[in-house]
Design a protein around this ligand. Sequence first.
Ligand SMILES: Cc1cc2nc3c(=O)[nH]c(=O)nc-3n(C[C@H](O)[C@H](O)[C@H](O)COP(=O)(O)OP(=O)(O)OC[C@H]3O[C@@H](n4cnc5c(N)ncnc54)[C@H](O)[C@@H]3O)c2cc1C
Ligand code: FES
Length: 415
Amino acid sequence: MIPDLDAPQLLGLIVAALLLQALAVAVLAIRGHGRSTAESSGTASEPPGAPRSSLAWSGTQAWRVRERRFEDAAGTQCSFVLEPVDGTPPPPFRPGQFLTFVLDLADPLAPGGRRQVTRCYSLSDGPGLPHYRVTIKRVGKPADHPEWSAGLVSNHFHDHVQVGDLMQVRAPSGHFHLDEDPSVPAVLIAGGIGITPMISMLEELIRHQPSRPVHLFYGVRSGHEHAFKAHLRTRQTNHPTLRLHVVYSRPAESDQLGIDHHLVGHVDLALLQKTLPHGRHRFFICGPGTMMSTLVPALKAWGVPDEDVLFEAFGPASVQRPAAPVDAAAAGVKIRFQRSGRVLAWDGQDASLLDFAERHALLIDAGCRSGGCGTCATRLIEGRVSYPHAPDHDIPAGHCLPCVARPLTDLVLEA
Ligand SMILES: Cc1cc2nc3c(=O)[nH]c(=O)nc-3n(C[C@H](O)[C@H](O)[C@H](O)COP(=O)(O)OP(=O)(O)OC[C@H]3O[C@@H](n4cnc5c(N)ncnc54)[C@H](O)[C@@H]3O)c2cc1C
Ligand code: FES
């Protein structure tokens, strides 16, 4: 029932309704998938991205390592099977999502001799099992920079994490995951260790979308680094809807074409065009920077709509979507880091506020460095930031993600 209202009251009601509608539209626009830019404000009363899904638990939780096992002949990709310490079934997750590990590692240079380090690892088995599994590739020193150190956390896992150890883990998250529409054939494309989310998606497809056609393209150097080889072969034999295309870029002499692998070369657009039947497909891509930065734009140029190209970069976002023009007024804006009391001028040299802070020796905890995990979320006390590539993580109210944010105005950050 509508109460009797006088003219000013009615006008007030209409204005309030319009404001609410505008706010809802703004929130939806920022939450939408495939958007290319977004903004956070330190003065807005609403979060720029309200949570799309709630996490299975907040903060970290202890998980016990039940098993560890190498997945490739080279022994560079090791699976760690985790079980809950209290024996309850693991909460569900979406195939393609990742876990975030928080480790407390020795560091002689850090105050107190220890340092907290955060890294993300995709779940590499399907949901609904009594365990979670991640598969971690040992990261060596880059060949062209032998003076740099080898990967900190991946080597820690390989060298020190043993069965029975407890790991501090944040709940599964991430918006790169399998869809639930079996009417569109799925094309899973993995390069190297990018196979991990694809294994999870494949398991889900086989169990819950068994009639959906699936193409799995897996690019890897040689048979030595071919992970999950026996498992993939069994899946291919038992599931007629799966077409497996294993592509070696540098096969060893012992690798047999037609047995160990199907093709020599790279997973590129020409291969997809040659192999895939006509019609719509949904592409899920995860691989090294070179693969991602060529394949994603190539698919777009081929006419595949953005909504059918989902991808994840392991580490700093390696896929460059066309960036939104940066507000010219941002050059010279002042960034105040409240906790350290430092005020610095943004000179536009850095890709993100995180890079800017680190260049000035200010530490902000970070995990994925690509807007996916939320580890770097920092309270934005004043000002506005922009995201040239909209972050995947739901930004907590009144915060920003410095790993992918740039200033639009003077800022005050709680860091
Ligand atoms: C969503 C997501 C999912 C992921 N899933 C997986 C997965 O399933 N499996 C997996 O193996 N990985 C995965 N990763 C990657 C993973 O999170 C880590 O980035 C990876 O293990 C490397 O971490 P690290 O600590 O071993 O290496 P880091 O210590 O971070 O080093 C990374 C690289 O930087 C080099 N480096 C060292 N010093 C310097 C320097 N001074 N300047 C420049 N470079 C230097 C190192 O040599 C190394 O090559 C994922 C990442 C994301 C974001
Ligand atoms: S470090 Fe993962 S969101 Fe910024």
